[in-house]
Design a protein around this ligand. Structure first.
Ligand code: ATP
Ligand code: MG
Length: 386
């Protein structure tokens, strides 16, 4: 549709040129609320042709309650000068020809024209942006839930381990007491029966603990081919969302041959998030904040991929380094101290290893390995004579 033909009474052809090149939707209406012009981006957003709109009321592009109230808004503005939107811009809802209601940002300007006042609305469709936000919030909620579950598992394993020892010691004492009581002459049947009950309860507790351990250790590890490239961006977003106000430089050094690994995507992502988050937390008070993520085939074990997260943070003192991976070890006021122990459990369950080193310069490097899926070229080369 030739826009000029539709708008021959509008000020200049240069306005048409501007409207046609705008990436955002633009709609011009007159003081009666009738559409005088809609640019191609606007037509694409609302799904109407210009013929279907020009000369019709703009309320066609709005859902209720704006649909019915819009004429009133313009009249009120023209009569009282009371401005609710012009020059302000706000988020409102639009309605496409299909009936779909969608979020959009709307900025309105006014211009004088020989026919009276004209208003121009600049429209940006926010559907994709909102969808990305929703997806990210869902991802964050799922991740938060999973890290809680993992923390509970870690806690359960630690409790089970700690309680087992005193429990078996108590059982030993009761057994000994029972032997002593049975040697009495005549045997103290009442005492014996009480000690039997104590032993029974002890066995029950041991049984519960043992069941708890099997339940925790069973933690299913899915083994599928995971493409790390797909998950890095998501892991970075999850980790960095807490540091929106802190400028952190991210450097990626990635060998594509190491990107395909075998394992459980969600769990591997948890490890990455824990390490990246720790790295960022360690840099918070440091002048240089640079995080390097590298992924390469492991030099010592080429059948593994090595993933390293290096920061320019406070680094690792000898005192910290010994207990890093032990559950509930934290130097942070708000830290639970389970991030690294969960990461270690996950990496070990995948047949990899995880370790930390203090950098030569500032900061620390955390690395872990995962079984690598060979590239096609490598697989072919294995069979080829040297
Ligand atoms: N990149 C790092 N640089 C310096 N110290 C670190 C780094 N990563 C971990 N640490 C040390 O190891 C400790 C344990 O880390 P871990 O991730 O297990 O727990 P946390 O970060 O304290 O708490 P959370 O359970 O919330 O993760 C940290 O408290 C910190 O002292
Ligand atoms: Mg942590």
């Amino acid at each position: 549709m030739d826009m000029k033909a539709m708008t021959s009474d509008l000020p200049t052809s240069s306005l048409d040129a501007v409207m046609n090149t705008l990436v955002d939707g633009a709609v011009v209406i007159d003081s009666r609320g009738l559409v005088r012009l809609i640019n191609p981006a606007g037509q694409a957003i609302f799904g109407y042709t210009p013929e279907e709109l020009i000369g019709h009321n703009i309320s066609r592009l709005m859902p209720e309650p704006y649909h019915s109230a819009h004429d009133g808004y313009i009249r009120n503005y023209l009569e009282t000068g009371e401005n609710r939107i012009i020059g302000i811009g706000r988020e409102v809802e639009g309605q496409r020809k299909s009936g779909e209601i969608f979020p959009m940002s709307l900025a309105v300007g006014e211009m004088g024209h020989r026919d009276g006042m004209l208003f121009i609305g600049i429209i940006r469709d926010l559907t994709d942006e909102r969808q990305r936000e929703t997806d990210f919030n869902e991802l964050q909620a799922r991740h938060f839930h999973l890290s809680r579950v993992a923390a509970m598992n870690e806690m359960g394993a630690a409790i089970a381990h700690e309680i087992n020892q005193p429990l078996s010691a108590a059982a030993n004492y009761v057994e000994t007491g029972r032997i002593l009581a049975s040697r009495r002459d005549p045997p103290d049947d009442r005492l014996l029966s009480i000690l039997d009950k104590a032993l029974e309860q002890n066995h029950r507790a041991a049984e519960i603990i043992s069941r708890m351990r099997t339940f925790i250790e069973r933690g299913d590890v899915q083994s599928e081919t995971v493409h790390l490239g797909d998950m890095i961006d998501e892991a970075m977003m999850l980790s960095l969302s807490k540091f929106r106000d802190t400028p952190i430089a991210i450097d990626r050094r990635i060998d594509p041959d190491a990107l395909r690994v075998k394992g459980d995507a969600v769990q591997i992502q948890q490890v990455l998030v824990n390490l990246v988050r720790n790295g960022c937390e360690a840099m918070i008070d440091q002048p240089v904040k640079c995080l390097t993520l590298s992924i390469h085939p492991d030099a010592e074990h080429p059948d593994m991929s090595r993933i390293s997260v290096s920061d320019t943070g406070e680094g690792l003192s000898d005192a910290v380094i010994t207990d890093l991976f032990t559950a509930f070890t934290s130097t942070k006021s708000g830290g639970l101290g389970v991030g690294l122990s969960i990461s270690r459990s996950i990496v070990h369950a995948h047949g990899g290893r995880i370790w930390a080193t203090d950098n030569d310069g500032p900061g620390a490097t955390f690395s872990f390995t995962l079984p690598r899926v060979q590239t096609c070229a490598e697989a072919v080369n294995v069979d080829r004579p040297a």
